[in-house]
Design a protein around this ligand. Structure first.
Ligand code: ATP
Ligand code: MN
Ligand code: MN
Length: 301
């Protein structure tokens, strides 16, 4: 894998030189959020988003005509994003190599927004060593009949079970319908080992409480249950990145929260692109200090 310098220092005081065209175009018709406002959101949260987003292969959800029109998921690009968006060659299953996208500064994030990006999804590993994940993610996907209270309880139960294995975890509001439980890892194990752990962990929970949890994607079998989506932990899979906006009504964002705050949160779309100031303030609050940080390896399981 190509070595790159990982730049996480904030460049916020310097105004971005990325020009946003059509800043008055409405991207979120329900909330009337424009492309210019979305760019301002990303510029504002850039310094705290950077830690999770920079130097990581990313996939983008682009909606050039707004979230209510055609959107597409993009992993590769031939260079149309310009100089601020970089490429890293990654080996494919078929033996070939494909250039994946990544950004290494806030201008890179804004260059993606200029191209109609709403959502930033990331690999669980960095471009410096794509084969070694630096986190596990359990994406809790509830059936429609499941309340958010039940999803929160499920997240807390995952936390307890992970704790019993010596693993510290953190909740992330997806900005959509569910919650993600994030488990930071020292980059050591490679994808197959991490995927295997995630699968066995999800299966163990679903076998312990089959009326609450399911570990397979089947929508038919999900009825009234929560799918513990462990498939985010395969090489090449992505998950929504903290502070990414979501292409959903109301312009919500994915937001880190603490376990104690979670008790009072009523919806996974609690925070939105108009909450940049709040999110920035929260990022340095006592509640979120150390969010996503834990030096730990997968245990025997
Ligand atoms: P929610 O809380 O509503 O479930 P989420 O971000 O967890 O929000 P999911 O649908 O559970 O959404 O997750 C789907 C994941 O699959 C995303 O995180 C994304 O990285 C990935 N994904 C989404 N669309 C595509 C696509 N078209 N191709 C490949 N991967 C995708
Ligand atoms: Mn989900
Ligand atoms: Mn999912």
């Amino acid at each position: 894998a190509e070595r790159v310098r990982i730049e996480t220092e904030s460049k916020a005081p310097e105004p971005s030189d990325v020009k946003i065209s059509n800043p008055h175009r409405v991207i979120f018709p329900e909330a009337k959020v424009t492309k210019g406002e979305l760019a301002e959101y990303y510029e504002a949260v850039g310094p705290v988003m950077a830690e999770w987003t920079l130097a990581r292969p990313i996939s983008l959800v682009r909606c050039p005509q707004g979230r209510a029109k055609k959107c597409f998921f993009q992993k590769h690009d031939a260079g149309s994003f310009g100089e601020h968006v970089r490429h890293v060659d990654i080996r494919e299953k078929n033996g070939g190599v494909e250039p994946y996208l990544y950004v290494d500064d806030i201008d890179g994030i804004l260059a993606c927004v200029q191209m109609g990006t709403i959502e930033f999804h990331g690999w669980g590993s960095s471009v410096a060593d794509v084969e070694k994940p630096d986190r596990l993610i359990f994406d809790l996907d509830p059936d429609e009949a499941v309340t958010f209270e039940d999803v929160k309880k499920a997240a807390r139960d995952l936390r307890t079970t992970l704790d019993d294995l010596g693993l510290t975890s953190f909740p992330l509001l997806s900005g959509g319908k569910g919650l993600h439980v994030v488990v930071p890892l020292i980059t050591d194990a490679e994808w197959p080992e991490v995927k295997d752990f995630a699968q066995r962990f999800a299966l163990a929970l679903s076998e312990r409480e089959p009326e609450r949890f399911i570990a397979t994607m089947s929508k038919a079998k999900r009825k009234g249950r929560i799918f513990i989506d462990w498939l985010r932990n395969q090489r090449g899979s992505t998950a929504i990145l903290p502070y990414s906006a979501r292409a959903r009504p109301g312009a919500p964002v994915a937001a880190p929260v603490s376990w104690s705050e979670l008790a009072k949160i009523e919806v996974p779309s609690q925070f939105g692109v108009r909450d940049a100031k709040t999110l920035l303030k929260r990022a340095t609050s006592a509640a979120l200090k150390g969010w996503g940080e834990a030096a730990q390896r997968l245990p025997e399981f």
